[in-house]
Design a protein around this ligand. Structure first.
Ligand code: UD1
Length: 367
């Protein structure tokens, strides 16, 4: 079996790591295409080096641009690669513009497509990711769902026959790296200057267009972070840095200390060192849950509802509409008592994915 993985944005590289490792234990040929959606070393190269992922076999160099430009560029550059490589499967990951472009290119060539992290829904049609994941699910042949809830969503949309509960590959990688960090196998993370890892601090990230692109909204969210009494380590995504500069907003204000995005092991170590997390990232909500840190999510909804149902994650769409005391109390609330449970699987999802693709008989146009 020859499988082409199509990745391009940071969270996809994290998911690729356990999949590449699982394929390496088999006789199957695993070919990696990097679309180039993320090109900064901080968002791409450090993940290949740090997570032991083999170098991409092909790099499309698509880069940034409007949704149409970026998606179109990946489509145009991917067609000849799929034509030449003739894989048995194309595996796409998550919900980015690289995901939808990879799935579209493949289905139009009648190549079977598997979608990893299928069935997640925010029900927020303002999010570009919501369109990407729905369209990808509806055109893919096998839908690899991470949770029971995701299976329910696929069933509600008439996609039950193509859906399989595989578990969440992010558990595989997160727990492996957590154990390595706790065993002292990784250097201390490069936290922003002014953050003392021995004292309580809040780890923060912010990159969703809904939070970064409107100047007033970004200024209000930054003001809320700045007013927290506990130091805030803000790991600034390039979109946040670019938008803040365009809007004339200073990120390093009040309690906020600004640093660069961290490699994966550095991020896991930073979460473990922190007392709480504030974010709008899907991945970080779940990593904090797995690492047992309370999270406040600056979004009106989440795809990872299990983190909220268990009490580890609280949604605060507009922190600036809370009183400063209420906001501070929410961010620093006590952790729930009792273990968080295992709604995302047992850490062997990548092996499940390989097995499902080996055995898949239904729903595909070719198998
Ligand atoms: C993308 C995904 C999002 C994911 C996020 C993780 C889509 C629609 N969104 O958002 O789901 O959570 O990745 O990071 O695919 N930039 C750089 N260097 C880079 C990459 C981007 O400077 O290596 C800057 C550019 O100004 C670019 C902007 O960041 O225009 C946004 O990048 P883009 O890939 O369009 O989307 P993300 O916000 O990263």
């Amino acid at each position: 079996m020859k499988v082409i993985s199509i990745v391009g944005a940071r969270p996809q590289l994290v998911k690729l790591a356990p999949i590449a490792a699982a394929f390496a234990e088999t006789e199957h040929e695993h070919f990696i295409v990097h679309t180039g959606q993320h090109y900064d070393a901080d968002l791409s190269d450090v993940f290949f080096d740090g997570l032991g992922i083999p170098d991409p076999d092909v790099h499309l160099g698509a880069g940034s641009g409007s949704h149409g430009t970026q998606t179109g560029s990946v489509l145009t550059k991917l067609d000849p690669v799929l034509e030449r490589e003739k894989p048995d499967w194309v595996l796409v990951y998550g919900d980015t513009n690289s995901t939808i472009a990879g799935a579209l290119s493949a289905v139009k060539m009648h190549l079977p497509v598997a979608h990893l992290e299928a069935g997640l829904r925010s029900f927020n049609r303002r999010m570009p990711e919501e369109h990407n994941r729905i369209l990808t699910d509806h055109c893919a042949d096998v839908l690899l769902a991470p949770t029971a809830k995701a299976m329910d969503h696929l069933s509600d949309e008439g996609l039950k026959d193509r859906a399989v509960l595989a578990g969440d590959v992010m558990v595989d990688i997160c727990l492996r790296i957590r154990d390595a960090v706790l065993a002292g196998e990784h250097p201390a993370p490069a936290l922003p200057e002014g953050i003392d890892p021995e004292r309580p601090f809040v780890l923060a990230t912010l990159h969703r267009p809904d939070n970064t692109d409107d100047p007033q909204r970004l200024a209000a969210i930054m003001d809320s972070l700045a007013k927290l009494s506990v130091p805030v380590a803000l790991l600034a995504h390039p979109r946040l840095v670019t938008r803040a500069a365009e809007h004339g907003i200073n990120l390093a204000q009040g309690s906020v200390h600004v640093g660069r995005p961290l490699p994966y092991a550095g991020l896991v170590a930073a979460v473990l060192a922190s007392s709480a997390v504030v974010t709008d990232s899907g991945g970080l909500q779940k990593e904090a849950f797995l690492l047992e840190r309370i999270t406040t999510t600056i979004r009106p909804e989440t795809e990872w509802v299990e983190t909220v149902d268990s009490g580890w994650n609280v949604l605060v769409p507009d922190p600036h509409e809370m009183s400063p005391d209420e906001w501070a109390a929410t961010v620093s609330r006590a952790a729930p008592t009792g273990a968080p449970g295992t709604p995302y699987g047992d850490g062997r999802a990548a092996q499940n994915v390989v097995r499902i693709m080996e055995q898949w008989k239904g729903g595909s146009r070719r198998v």
